[in-house]
Design a protein around this ligand. Structure first.
Ligand SMILES: N[C@@H](CCC(=O)N[C@@H](CS)C(=O)NCC(=O)O)C(=O)O
Length: 201
């Protein structure tokens, strides 16, 4: 069994969904969280000089999207056929589009501009993307409540984590029905439940 070491900072950020995927897969991993000072000394040794980075038996994998897909493929969390994997990719692409707005808001230093961005995300962007995700579920969940196939995938965890993290910046609305159901399904996955209880907020 390979040895997994996930390197990031002591925050959720781009690593949390990878932590979730490894946890739901039942795969043990070292959850290495660099303090900022330590990171500066390690940074030159990490591919692309940024985090997250996953080490598998010493081999480095950079880029959060590549890591998440790698873990998904390794542990059967990336769909069971080309169609299911494609739906998962559609969800990943959709969350990336939405994240551009959230990242802009996260890094905005001007308070007045930040307030405008928060209002726009909360009142316009978030409802629009929730509707897109709800439609993807309606078209693909086959009554199973997941984005693709009959079991949890990286797409389900990604959307769950996204809403969790976005909810610290803006007030989340009531989710449309399918999406609300998905959140409950992810939360009640036994390994996820245990992880969330241990992690806290
Ligand atoms: N596209 C990359 C972006 C990675 C990235 O921006 N990492 C930031 C933290 S979220 C980082 O390593 N910052 C510290 C630094 O650049 O020194 C990914 O998705 O992994």
């Amino acid at each position: 069994m390979p040895n997994y070491k996930l390197m990031y900072f002591d925050s959720k950020g781009r690593a949390e969904v990878i932590r979730m995927a490894l946890t739901v897969a039942g795969q043990e991993f070292e959850d290495k969280r660099f303090a900022r000072e330590e990171w500066q000394t390690v940074k030159p040794t990490i591919p692309q000089n940024q985090l997250p980075c996953l080490q598998v038996d010493g081999r480095f994998i950079p880029q959060s999207g590549a890591i998440l897909r790698y873990v998904g493929r390794a542990f059967g969390l990336y769909g069971e056929n080309n169609d299911e994997s494609t739906i998962i990719d559609v969800v990943i692409g959709t969350t990336e589009d939405f994240m551009k707005h959230v990242i802009a808001l996260y890094y905005e230093k001007d308070e007045a501009k930040k307030a405008e961005l928060i209002k726009d995300v909360q009142e316009v962007k978030l409802p629009a993307y929730l509707n897109i995700l709800e439609d993807i579920l309606k078209q693909n969940d086959g009554g199973n409540g997941f984005f693709a196939g009959k079991k949890i995938s990286i797409a389900d965890m990604l959307v769950f984590d996204l809403m969790d993290q976005v909810g610290t910046m803006v007030t989340l609305p009531t989710f449309p029905p399918k999406l609300g159901g998905l959140m409950e399904k992810v939360k009640s996955n036994p390994k996820m439940k245990e992880y969330l209880a241990k992690r806290g907020s």
